[in-house]
Design a binder for this molecule. Structure first.
Ligand code: CA
Length: 232
């Protein structure tokens, strides 16, 4: 691939996990730096901005969640994608992490192959800029056209979508595989004319899935977090 080496900061206090990641990501062509404590991670980001951060949540000192919160609060660093490394049983932390802006998570033990492909997807998306509500989306057997306010499924129109339902579908389908929490969904679909609350997102989603009929399962509710458009 032609692009310059992407820089990944790994924040992990377990040495074997850290070395496994360092070895594999270096082999995959990334430039890798590491930190084993939250404080050091914040310092490292201040010195050289990474393209992506792999962040263990359970760290000595400042926790991974706090590191995430601080980085996402700061405009200078908020755009750096953060993938949380979590252990089984940390579901509550995953929810908080996504709420404070983490971009994705993988649960240990993870497959390095899967992690690397996730990293590549995130970096590519990062590159292809942020959400554009006007872009036509083709995914699975759907064609979602904002200019025509139309959704075609195998060429046949899906009728009766409200504007908000249409926007929700477009947003999720624009980021297949990504879990969007209710706040992110709200931020993206809220218009001057539509007052939507977090609770109302769920209600809208019920309506949307009903209208998708046999394709309702394209959209998956992720318990306690939000929603995701399944890419397969
Ligand atoms: Ca740890």
């Amino acid at each position: 691939m032609a692009d310059a080496k992407k820089h990944i900061l790994i924040v992990e206090d377990e040495n074997d996990v850290l070395e496994l990641l360092r070895f594999n990501l270096t082999k995959e062509g990334f430039s890798v730096t590491t930190a084993t404590r939250g404080e050091d991670a914040l310092k490292a980001v201040g010195q050289k901005r990474p393209d992506l951060i792999l962040l263990d949540l359970m760290l000595p000192g400042i926790s991974g969640l706090e590191v995430c919160r601080q980085l996402k609060k700061e405009p200078r660093t908020s755009g750096i994608p953060i993938v949380m490394l979590t252990a089984k049983g940390e579901e509550a932390d995953i929810v908080v992490g996504l709420e404070v802006g983490a971009d994705d998570y993988v649960t240990k033990p993870f497959s390095v192959k899967v992690l690397v492909s996730r990293i590549r997807v995130i970096l590519r998306r990062q590159h292809s800029s942020s959400y554009d509500p006007k872009t036509e989306v083709h995914i699975r057997d759907l064609e979602i056209s904002p200019s025509r306010f139309q959704v075609l499924a195998k060429g046949k129109a899906i009728e009766g979508l409200t504007l908000t339902e249409f926007r929700l579908l477009h947003l999720l389908a624009s980021r297949p595989g990504w879990v969007l929490n209710r706040q992110q969904i709200l931020d993206a679909v809220r218009g001057e004319d539509v007052a939507v609350t977090e609770r109302a997102v769920d209600v809208q989603m019920v309506g949307l899935r009903k209208k998708l009929g046999a394709r309702a399962d394209y959209i998956e509710a992720v318990r306690g977090v939000g929603y995701r458009f399944k890419d397969a």
